[in-house]
Design a protein around this ligand. Sequence first.
Ligand SMILES: NC(=O)c1ccc[n+]([C@@H]2O[C@H](COP(=O)([O-])OP(=O)(O)OC[C@H]3O[C@@H](n4cnc5c(N)ncnc54)[C@H](O)[C@@H]3O)[C@@H](O)[C@H]2O)c1
Length: 467
Amino acid sequence: MIKASSSRRNFIATSAIAAGGLFVHPSLAHIIQRNEKIKIVLVGTGIRGNDFWGKRLMDEYGDIIEFVGLCDINEGRLAFGKEYIGTDCKTFLDFDEMMANTKPDLLIVTTVDSTHDEFIIKGLDLNIAVFSEKPMTTDEKKCQNILDAERRSEKEIIIGFNYRYNPHYTKLKELLSTNRVGKITSVDFHWYLNVYHGASYFRRWHGYKDKGGSLLVHKATHHFDLLNWWLDSDPVEVKAYGELEHYGKNNSFRGDNCRSCEHKDSCKFYWDITTSSFLTKLYTDNEKYDGYVRDSCVWREDIDIYDKMSAQIKYANGVMVNYSLTTYSPYEGMRIAFNGFDGRIDAWDGIPWRSDEKRIQSSLHEQEMSQNDEEQDFEEIFVADNFGEYEQVKVLRERAGHGGGDKRLQDKIFVDPKAADPLKHSAGSRDGAMSILIGIAARKSIEENRVVRIEELTDLKPSATRS
Ligand SMILES: NC(=O)c1ccc[n+]([C@@H]2O[C@H](COP(=O)([O-])OP(=O)(O)OC[C@H]3O[C@@H](n4cnc5c(N)ncnc54)[C@H](O)[C@@H]3O)[C@@H](O)[C@H]2O)c1
């Protein structure tokens, strides 16, 4: 189904060319101007690649983009991806072969986190614009290599920070940008993954530091990017604590995976992947090619990431942040408070405090990952002035597509690149780096029991004001 219109094509062409120095748009704009489609290759035909960066792009922007190559190391998932996305492009098991045999304008990277650097760097060295899913990468050496590659390339990288585009978080940015409660001095930020979504990270590659960099990188890159963006400053120092004391080896029984497990009836974390035909076709039908088991046991003894984490972060503008991440909460949500000289902004999401509001915790993450729009209710933001009044700020809640962030991010890239960006939603390599560097510093701080300075990690120098 093609929804984008030719007027959109014209709009993009004129606005993107006028935009001059924006991310991939100058190069893409000329293609659009020539009335050609933007040629895209994608590496990593897993759930994020196939669904959000594959099928959704075809459905929403099919008149201005075309896939010219798909790559994955799993031939079954690759074949399924081609069919699911609805493209007739070539497929490749080898990335270099794909790049040699296609002439893409844009490379989209949606592989396992620890492999992003290889594809980003190769793409940039071929002077191809690159979009990478978060986290940009998983350690400081790979991060430096990516920064170096971008410096020598004619093209740039954009990072998928969809959370910035969520209207709730955008409203917070607006309030902070207008100094609503004066100079911000400290922040309390706590994120809760429920027992369904939280557990999902322990079922597969995310459970290993060498694949996802731990949840301080894989998941918290979203949260740290939001902090950097909200505070408009760079982090300088991190001290963190983390333990694995619930999942992994911390249970008396375990199995290979949920399907074959003899503890199905007694394990609260039993998850039947076969109830989803999509996940069955994507993962279980293709285990035979690479041994990637999507419903592995959350009690595997070799899981080495933390399941509870906390970090203190000091910013170049003097702000102190207390952050924590929990992975076995009864509900999914977050709380944040910005303390300013003139008052305090509190915001929260997902805390089931209204007696008339019932949420099905087991399907919340599925809803967040889906791209079916649904608007309802209000997100909570509460502003209190010192010696003054209280104000409740209402923002419509969207659950699908990461709180509405997903579609806004893609529109920014493909529909309206010239649109004014007063709140600086667009993110590049420095944003990608600064967010993972907090997580990498936190991991290092836990492992070495010390305060880690951000400037030890790469050649980026933290700055008090990012703009
Ligand atoms: N922005 C968001 O909110 C969001 C949401 C979900 C996932 N993601 C990101 O998207 C990426 C993919 O996540 P996913 O959940 O789809 O994972 P997934 O495991 O479903 O898919 C990863 C795919 O990469 C393939 N792959 C692994 N190594 C490869 C290699 N060397 N060459 C080619 N292919 C390789 C795997 O076979 C698999 O098909 C991750 O980086 C993740 O952090 C971002």
